[in-house]
Design a protein around this ligand. Structure first.
Ligand code: HEC
Ligand code: HEC
Length: 262
């Protein structure tokens, strides 16, 4: 048959390529480049994962050279990378989460790509580096979520307030600033899409389900109270309303009407 020869040839060529790659060389270990040598993140949805190097000691430098690639220079998060706001997270919570990513309390689920990604970073940090960078983010000013108006559309804030006070406040405090005694994080300052994504993860087993994750387990229980999308939207809109609003523009003194009346 005329067809048989090219197929055989292709097969032989493929076999040769496989054989030669086996004979000639083993894959080289990846080279670690200092993150500063190259801009850390490319624009778009696929981040270049920045490398932590041994020379990085200062918390601010680690933040700027590594963390900011995904979490933004102001630590307010990047929606396109699904990276949350981390500026001003309290030490007790930030530390516990970094350890969670290292120990597999977060990022254990095969479909949780965001936490797996963060796990790669967290595992590169030495204890001293983790401590230094956490100390730095704790001191950064809290950011205001990007799209408060848009993310509060089609939501009933008053209903959200009632639900929050009934089911969330006891652990996250009345003003959603978090509570060290319960290990709960602040929810003010956090982006709406991230709050929603985490509630989904607590509900679908991607977060809070590892044995011994006491704090996560509390949220698995609490998230089950949220029955549908509308309830979640209402609660999130109320949490967003607790953020400071931008100051209204100052009344200008050089108004012709005002100066005329003086
Ligand atoms: C490659 C992108 C990337 C880099 C670089 C990165 N992160 Fe993250 N980080 C993420 C993502 C994505 C999440 C959200 C995980 C999820 O959805 O469960 C996250 C989550 C976190 C959280 C949990 C926040 C919360 O509210 O629970 C902390 C804390 C954190 N990162 C700190 C850091 C620090 C500190 C650095 C620098 C050493 C860093 N990240 C670098 C992508 C990144
Ligand atoms: C019994 C205490 C408790 C209650 C009630 C509770 N939470 Fe939490 N929540 C926690 C704890 C503890 C964590 C931290 C979990 C961890 O360490 O992973 C948390 C984490 C979260 C997170 C993840 C934030 C982040 O930065 O990753 C969100 C979102 C959240 N809670 C929203 C809510 C909402 C909304 C309600 C009300 C429906 C609620 N919580 C009720 C204790 C509670």
């Amino acid at each position: 048959m005329a067809q048989a020869r090219p197929i055989l040839f292709l097969l032989a060529a493929a076999a040769l390529i496989v054989a030669s790659s086996l004979l000639v060389k083993q894959p080289e270990p990846p080279v670690r480049k200092p993150a500063a040598a190259k801009p850390a993140a490319a624009p778009g949805a696929t981040p270049v994962i920045p490398m932590v190097t041994a020379e990085m000691k200062d918390g601010k430098a680690i933040f700027e050279q590594v963390c900011s690639a995904c979490h933004g220079m102001d630590g307010g998060g990047k929606a396109e990378l699904k990276s949350p706001a981390i500026a001003a997270l309290p030490e007790y919570y930030a530390k516990h989460q970094i350890n969670g990513f290292r120990e597999g309390r977060r990022g254990h689920h095969p479909e949780d790509t965001q936490s797996s990604l963060m796990g790669i970073i967290a595992k590169q940090l030495t204890d001293a580096q983790a401590e230094a960078v956490v100390a730095h983010i704790t001191k950064m000013p809290r950011t205001v979520p990007a799209d408060i108006e848009k993310d509060s559309k089609n939501a009933d804030v008053a209903n959200g307030q009632m639900l929050f006070q009934e089911r969330c406040m006891e652990c996250h405090r009345y003003n959603a600033t978090g509570e060290i005694a319960f290990g709960s994080p602040p929810l003010v300052g956090q982006q709406a899409w991230y709050i929603m994504a985490q509630i989904a993860k607590f509900k679908n087993g991607q977060r809070g389900t590892v044995k011994g994750d006491v704090n996560g387990a509390k949220m698995v229980l609490s998230s089950n109270f949220i029955e549908d999308e509308q309830m979640l939207r209402d609660i999130v809109a109320y949490i967003l309303s607790l953020n400071p609003r931008p100051e209204p523009p100052a009344v200008s003194n050089d108004s012709p009407f005002e100066s005329a009346s003086r």
